[in-house]
Design a protein around this ligand. Structure first.
Ligand code: CO
Length: 509
């Protein structure tokens, strides 16, 4: 078996832990400049803005955060037009960010392990969380929204990235109300006369929990909303949609709140994966025309899913492709995420789930064993049958490792193509941008021509130069590697999610 794609040029371990760690340093400064160092050529037809969110601070005034998921959200905007590109980054000026920067110290407990200084006494019974707005950013209904699943969105100016305030959608959300960081755009919503709509959810925790579904029209107004109480504890980060359903994986985890309330552990550290229990798959119909729809629950083997690639309906089944982990490692108190022993952890792998609604059965099948995450599909196939999935992936075809490659999986032919940036490069989510013009609403709602006719845009960190760049790949020819590399003047800490809009947002100030 060939272990490496480029066995002759890349060492046995494609990465170096110390080099990888350098990508987890804060970026304190806010920049804006024209990118003048470009390798290759930006396609002339590529026009619009890539927005990306992620933790920008991994420390507060030198006090290290315990987990990168606790880091304050920082948005990068790369505006591209006529073969040129402009870079801008801004922190989301949340209440917590402003307060901590002013105080020069950590004032809040983080969900994933960051404690205020002062030991358990200072942390006991402090369940306030800081809305860190660090997970996702998208442009919808004329608003640029920074999302974090445990609280309300922040609205930003798409030109300048200045924070405009919290978003409550005309009072539908209340102060501090959760709103997930993983909305889908249904490109042809049957509930909106075939127009696109945005579908999102929220999880309200309690002894049992409640899933709320929100559907927003093109003006950014919430037009449908329904709540579904579900028993048990849930740690649900993402979901999937089809024309008729919202689909959730209730992964088998237990939550013991006592050490959290007592200030000894963070909430994230109180979650324990239960491999002996099944995953419950919750299907919520989207049709609200005859009142609140009734949820249906199926079960499958244990496993943990953060991200779903896509789902669709076919012949009475729902087909769902998701990145699944055999095991969820517990976050240990006092552990340092920079010391991750990749080899000791189970990799995320791409699985297909066939949900048969009539028989109430679930079949699952491994589609791709290579360690992967951050799946992305053509926006025009959201909730519809897809052929291609793009992901960040490990350089090697087996084992667990940092993401150094971009992987394209053709689920129809089984073909895979890989572009690796090893040994010095580490890449994030590849955002697919269709070559075709968007529709009048500025969305890519249909596939015109081939589904893979377009580009992949990802932010890559190069440990050798200690700088990051945007890499642009031709999605039809992933194996040829980047056709353009737009070098920043600095590094950008490893990020989470983003989106591309055909609106070109650039303002020189
Ligand atoms: Co996510």
């Amino acid at each position: 078996m060939q272990l490496f794609e480029h066995a002759s040029t890349v060492p046995i371990t494609s990465y170096n832990t110390e080099e990888w760690q350098k990508g987890y340093r804060s970026l304190h400064q806010e920049y804006e400049y024209w990118i003048d160092e470009i390798e290759g050529e930006i396609p002339q037809a590529l026009e619009g803005t890539l927005f990306r969110n992620g933790p920008g601070l991994l420390d507060v005034n030198g006090q290290q955060l315990q987990h990168p998921f606790d880091g304050d959200g920082m948005i990068c905007a790369i505006a591209i037009k006529d073969g040129r590109a402009h870079f801008r980054n801004r922190f989301v000026k949340t209440e917590g960010y402003l307060a901590e920067q002013k105080a020069g110290k950590i004032l809040y407990r983080g969900v994933f392990g960051t404690q205020k200084p002062g030991g358990w006494l200072a942390n006991a019974f402090d369940t306030r969380t800081k809305n860190i707005a660090n997970t996702q950013v998208l442009y919808w209904g004329g608003k640029l929204l920074a999302l974090w699943e445990a609280a309300e969105p922040h609205r930003l100016d798409p030109q300048t990235l200045e924070t405009l305030g919290q978003e409550y959608f005309d009072g539908v959300l209340s102060k501090g109300a959760p709103f997930a960081a993983h909305p889908w755009i249904d490109p042809v919503s049957q509930f909106d006369d075939g127009k696109p709509c945005l579908v999102n959810f929220s999880i309200k925790a309690g002894l049992s929990f409640t899933i709320a579904i929100y559907e927003l029209d093109l003006n950014g107004k919430i037009v449908r909303q329904h709540d579904h109480p579900v028993p048990g504890f849930a740690f649900i980060h993402d979901f999937a949609i089809t024309p008729n359903y919202c689909i959730f994986f209730q992964n088998p985890v237990d939550f013991n709140p006592i050490p959290f309330l007592a200030g000894m552990k963070s909430a994230g550290e109180c979650i324990k994966f239960r491999p002996d229990k099944p995953t419950r798959i919750i299907l919520i119909p989207r049709d609200t025309s005859s009142g609140r729809p009734t949820a249906q629950i199926l079960e499958t083997q244990s496993g943990f899913v953060f991200h779903h690639a896509n789902a669709y309906e076919e012949d009475g089944e729902i087909i769902l492709d998701s990145v699944c982990y055999e095991n969820l490692p517990s976050v240990e108190p006092g552990s340092d995420y920079r010391q991750t022993d990749f080899e000791a952890l189970a990799p995320g792998q791409l699985w297909r789930f066939n949900l048969n609604l009539a028989d109430q059965t679930v079949k699952r099948e491994l589609l791709e064993q290579r360690c992967c995450e951050f799946p992305f599909v053509h926006p025009g196939v959201a909730g519809r049958k897809h052929r291609y999935i793009y992901m960040a992936a490990a350089h090697a075809s087996s084992g667990n490792a940092p993401h150094q490659a971009i992987l394209k999986v053709d689920v129809e032919s089984g073909e895979r193509s890989v572009a690796s940036f090893a040994p010095d490069g580490y890449v994030g989510e590849p955002v697919f941008v269709p070559r075709d013009r968007s529709d009048e609403s500025g969305l890519y709602t249909q596939v015109q021509g081939d589904e893979d006719d377009g580009w992949l845009l990802a932010i890559a960190y190069d440990s050798k130069s200690d700088r990051s760049s945007v890499v642009i790949l031709d999605a039809k020819n992933v194996e040829q590697g980047a056709i353009a590399r737009l070098h920043f003047k600095h590094h950008v800490p490893y990020g989470l999610h983003g989106n591309f809009t055909p609106h070109y947002f650039e303002s020189e100030s």
